[in-house]
Design a protein around this ligand. Structure first.
Ligand code: GLN
Ligand code: ZN
Length: 759
């Protein structure tokens, strides 16, 4: 005792091998066999990296997404896919991406919807249901992986998504009740468990993370029913929850007829003593003690202090694991060479986290003595981090202490500001603009790469970027946009760029985390107090403004988005870290204003996704998130126009909070839903200006003038024309000029027609 296990391992590969194999396969440059060979190689490597564990997860590997895998296992494919010819792999990618690789007819089909996996930055393919959904089990993928693992000498613990989480995460297109599908779904689950049992495995991990969310009574009631139904297969079930506290579902979770319960103690440590009291004594309690969502070393001595008495009490009933699947962290710290050694010593990626787990288990088994060295090293790293001057800057602390409420408010109400801004900007009705980025051409990417590799000097790179900015401005002028941007050619990523200019951040080389499918992100690591040594964007914005008579909009990433898209320190509340980011952005905003930039956009693409899983906690989050945005933006004079941008428009539930940001203009995504998303504005009179995106930048299609006019007319039914802007729904960096130029020309044409009609 205690037994150690893992809930899931990152599958993309330490060097993103799976990504490259997938993309080559999708381009038609490699075969099914080659893809499968890479996949099998990665699985095998990952099992080896986990071989010290008593139980190793199997079935957590996926070519695209584990929820999509579950849909295939359960035979829950939408009719539009089921009726198509082709191999299972082709259909798998059709549903994932909207097209099959090497499809001779290049037949496009609507891809499954992508949505965020709980509060993480991982996205899954939403299962589709309707009243007629019929399941049909196909356990072959899972069974063959179990056999594969067992032949390699791995003690496999298959991992599946629980039936209730699976149903809950899906959508019923016809509005029917998903729970009505439960009885037939359970038949398939039961058959799946029986098939797994036949392979000789002892335990199956069944993930039901919806237990950490607020559930309606019928969903709560479905839990005991479900797990009674799944009994009697001879397999032992470990029911896993993670990402939050169980709260009102605690007793329910403890009493389910399963053989073990896994709980995330990073988020739910306060509940553990209650769980120990409630959990029947024949059940295993698996404690998720290593944070699977961040990259910090654990305090092993602190954990042992807490765990030793628990281990004594529970004996072999105690299991230990990371808090959740390690899917959410990068693979291996040992490949990082650029991180300053002191900070590097504070970090742990997936492989290192499993080492920590093992040390803890060994120290619980044999006492701390034999592991004194490892524990002392760990203690030294924890102390070094806690006392490092890099994490505690007196200047930053002082600036935080000097924040006063007035700093977050504009001087005058919107109406007054709007008049002053109009005097200064003299914009037409329905002004046109973009969201900031323009196509990142191969030339731009290559120049950035050469600059990073030292093949381009500072001067040469600066010269290159200035030429790009000029070119971008000329194109925008030719298109006829009213408010121009510099195009963001210097940025690879809207968060990474700023993190590289701020103190308190480091960048990893290979710290990739899967976002969806083959797409990976490399969140920068925010380890210490944040400050801004020099301006980050002013030179580019000022240069751009010097090259045109039209107004240029400055472009920044907001504090909440910086926070939500970084790995952030865990030694202070997120709100405090966000405040530091807000103060840094505020300085940049004021510098831009000083340099004559009259419009400044502060993007908050990730504000909504920071919402806690439980609604009861939304208010607390929104309060500080909104305050941080306001602090970053609202120090400007009345005549300076603040824009913000959000890549979604499910605003109904947070509209009031959005309005209190008090941005002069907000641009949002609405085109894909034909402005239906603006329904929110029926119930809530949004007070300031708004640019409902009329051009879906996610599609290569060129939007038609009439369509955009129609969309804006719909918008004008809800928001007075005087407060409407015309713009695409997001940045254009992933598009090509051949698409962007005609699309924006049409958009400008649409604005002209709207103006004519209005006068
Ligand atoms: N200004 C950014 C851009 O145009 C905004 C990106 C985003 O919202 N995701 O690319
Ligand atoms: Zn966007």
């Amino acid at each position: 005792m205690p037994l150690i296990h893992n809930l899931g391992f990152p599958r993309i590969g330490a060097q993103r091998e799976l990504k490259f194999a997938l993309e080559s396969y999708w381009r038609g440059e490699s075969t099914d066999e080659a893809l499968e060979e890479t996949a099998a190689g990665l699985r095998s490597l990952h099992w080896q990296q986990q071989q010290e564990l008593d139980l190793v997860p199997v079935g957590d590997f996926s070519l695209y997404d584990q929820v999509l895998d579950m849909s295939f296992t359960l035979g829950n494919l939408p009719a539009r896919i089921r009726t198509l010819a082709g191999s299972e792999l082709e259909n798998y990618f059709r549903l994932a991406r909207g097209r099959a690789p090497q499809d001779p007819k290049n037949q496009d089909i609507a891809a499954g919807e992508l949505t965020k996996w709980f509060d993480s930055n991982y996205h899954y393919i939403v299962p589709e249901f309707d009243a007629n959904t019929r399941f049909q089990l196909d356990p072959s993928r899972l069974l063959s992986q179990v056999v594969e693992a067992r032949t390699q000498g791995i003690n496999a613990k298959p991992v599946i998504i629980g039936p209730l989480t699976y149903l809950r995460l899906g959508k019923a297109r016809d509005g029917s009740d998903r729970l009505r599908l439960l009885p037939q779904l359970l038949k398939e689950y039961k058959a799946l468990l029986e098939a797994l049992q036949a392979t000789g495995v002892e335990w199956v991990q069944i993930d039901e993370p919806i237990l950490v969310t607020e559930l309606e009574p019928q969903w709560q009631r479905a839990f005991p029913q479900t797990y009674h139904e799944l009994r009697g297969t001879g397999l032992k079930l470990l029911l896993a929850t993670y990402f939050g506290e169980l709260q009102e579902n605690l007793q329910l979770a403890c009493e389910l007829p399963v053989d073990g319960l896994h709980i995330d103690t990073i988020n739910g440590r306060d509940e553990i003593s209650k769980v120990i009291d409630w959990l029947p004594i024949h059940k295993v309690l698996s404690l998720g003690i290593i944070n699977g969502r961040n990259i910090w070393k654990s305090d092993l001595n602190g954990l042992l202090d807490w765990l030793e008495p628990i281990a004594k009490r529970l004996q072999e009933r105690l299991w230990l694991a990371p808090s959740c699947s390690l899917l959410h962290v990068p693979v291996d710290l040992s490949t990082e060479t650029l991180i300053a050694p002191d900070v590097r010593d504070w970090l742990a990626f997936a492989v290192q986290k499993l080492d920590e787990l093992q040390t803890i288990a060994c120290a619980l088994r044999h006492g701390r003595e034999p592991f004194a060295d490892a524990l002392a090293n760990n203690a030294a790293a924890i102390t070094a981090r806690n006392t490092s001057p890099k994490t505690q800057s007196p200047v930053v602390r002082q600036a935080m202490a000097q924040v006063e409420p007035g700093m977050a408010s504009r001087q005058s109400p919107f109406a007054t500001r709007a008049t002053l801004q109009q005097e200064s900007l003299a914009l037409p009705l329905y002004p046109t603009t973009s969201i900031g980025s323009f196509p990142q051409t191969p030339a731009i990417r290559q120049a950035r790469k050469r600059f990073r590799q030292g093949q381009l000097s500072d001067c040469e790179y600066e010269h290159f970027l200035k030429e790009e900015i000029r070119d971008c401005l000329q194109r925008q002028e030719a298109i006829g946009l009213d408010v121009l941007v510099h195009g963001e050619s210097e940025r690879n990523d809207m968060v990474e760029y700023f993190s590289e200019h701020l103190e308190g951040y480091i960048r990893s080389e290979n710290g990739w985390v899967q976002s969806y499918g083959s797409r990976c992100v490399k969140p920068p690591i925010l380890f210490g107090d944040v400050s801004r040594p020099t301006s980050m964007t002013v030179a580019w914005a000022a240069y751009a403004q010097s090259q045109t008579l039209k107004p240029v909009k400055g472009m920044l990433t907001g504090p909440v988005t910086m926070l939500n898209w970084s790995f952030v320190r865990d030694d202070q509340p997120r709100a405090q870290t966000c405040l530091q980011l807000a103060l840094a952005v505020r300085e940049e905003v004021l510098d831009l204003e000083r340099e004559g930039i009259k419009l400044i956009q502060i993007d908050e693409a990730a504000l909504r996704e920071g919402l806690p899983l439980r609604r009861s906690q939304w208010e607390g989050y929104l309060e500080w998130a909104v305050e941080c945005f306001r602090l970053s933006a609202n120090g400007v004079a009345d005549a300076t126009q603040i824009h913000t941008h959000m890549c979604y428009s499910e605003f109904n539930d947070i509209m009031a909070a959005i309005a209190t940001l008090d941005a002069d203009v907000i641009t949002i995504e609405t085109s894909r839903s034909d402005m239906e998303l603006l329904d929110a504005f029926d119930e809530f009179a949004y007070p300031n200006s708004i640019g409902p995106g009329v051009y879906d930048i996610h599609s290569p299609n060129i939007p038609e003038v009439a369509h955009m006019v129609q969309l804006m007319n719909k918008a004008a039914q809800r928001i007075p024309a005087a407060r409407l802007w015309v713009n695409p729904d997001c940045g254009l960096k992933t598009r090509q000029w051949e698409e962007v130029a005609p699309a924006l020309i049409n958009m400008v044409q649409a604005a002209l027609l709207l103006r004519q009609k209005a006068t």
